[in-house]
Design a protein around this ligand. Structure first.
Ligand SMILES: C[S@@+](CC[C@H](N)C(=O)[O-])C[C@H]1O[C@@H](n2cnc3c(N)ncnc32)[C@H](O)[C@@H]1O
Length: 287
């Protein structure tokens, strides 16, 4: 955002979310002349600078195989660039019909109408499940309000990029400065918390084991119990649906697998032994 716009914008950010609107006297309500339509905005329109749009799409690694959603798409610049420069399919979700009109005009001028779509609706109601990348330039309070929607509706491995604002205690996987702007990246983690049954290779042969995982967003900790020995886990890394960890004590074993619903399957490598396949099955239903 240009510096001259930063101060008034941050002043807006300090107001409660319900008080953000372009018509200061009627917070949260913008009257639009055509059709006497009334739209309730949660964030004012402030466009992202081109350099920052480029970086947002870059940090997310957008390619032609992606489906990019910009929630609160304004004049459509992120959607249009994702389609025009990177060949992605892209969807803008925007509540203000005036912005939708501008975005459609911009898409036409850029020659990308076959790959983009603008939906006039609230971002809270948007069906986002086919998005592989979601871009945001909202407000801290709005990011927090949609965090759970993003975590539950997007597939593990989907990337979320936010201009300037974070997601509270959901730590970003990456953060960069672009001039005065900040760009945050999160990778949606699979849901892994729970207790799993599996069998593991030991010096005495195969043994039944219980894997217990605790999860805070992408941060996972846990134990592997073999007989009456409970071994803490170390170097637990969850990125999308890819999970790896090792035992921190006792017989050393390295696990590398993929999460598929209530199962984790992959390979386990005991120290000095041969790698072999494992499947861990979660007990009960998802937390
Ligand atoms: C800060 S602008 C960002 C525009 C664009 N994403 C960009 O980065 O250039 C936020 C946009 O969100 C739209 N908006 C506000 N509340 C919304 C809601 N509940 N649902 C959808 N769009 C909303 C505003 O009209 C505005 O165009």
């Amino acid at each position: 955002m240009p510096k001259r716009m930063l101060v008034p914008y941050l002043a807006l950010c300090l107001l409660p979310a319900t008080a953000h609107a372009e018509g200061a006297r009627k917070p949260q309500v913008t009257r639009v002349a055509q059709g006497q339509e009334t739209v309730q905005k949660d964030v004012p329109f402030v466009p992202t600078r081109e350099e920052t749009v480029t970086r947002m799409l870059g940090i997310a690694g957008v390619t032609k195989d992606d489906v990019v959603y910009d929630l609160g798409s304004g004049d459509g610049r992120i959607v249009v660039m994702a389609a025009q420069k990177l060949g992605a399919r892209a969807v803008g979700v925007e509540i203000d019909p005036v912005r939708i009109q501008e975005a459609n005009t911009n898409a036409k001028a850029a020659g990308v109408t076959n790959r983009v779509e603008f939906r006039q609706q609230s971002l809270f109601d948007a069906d986002i499940k086919d998005a592989t990348v979601v871009t945001l330039y909202l407000l801290p309070s709005v990011n927090l309000k949609i965090r759970n929607k993003l975590l539950t509706e997007l597939k593990p491995g989907a990337r979320i990029v936010s201009h300037d604002f974070d997601m509270g205690e959901w730590r970003p996987d990456r953060k960069e400065n672009v001039g005065d702007d900040k760009v945050y990246l999160w990778i949606v983690p699979a849901s892994v918390q729970g207790t799993y049954r599996l069998s593991v290779p030991t010096a005495q042969g195969e043994a039944p084991a219980t894997l217990t995982l605790k999860q805070e967003f992408q941060d996972v900790s846990g134990t592997l119990q073999i007989g009456n020995r409970r071994l803490p886990l170390a170097e637990v890394v969850l990125q999308g649906d890819a999970l790896s960890f090792r035992t921190a004590e006792g017989p050393e074993m390295h696990f590398r697998g993929r999460v598929e619903g209530t199962r984790i399957h992959g390979n386990v490598m005991p120290a000095g032994g041969q790698s072999r396949a494992f499947t861990a099955q979660r007990e009960g239903t998802s937390p």
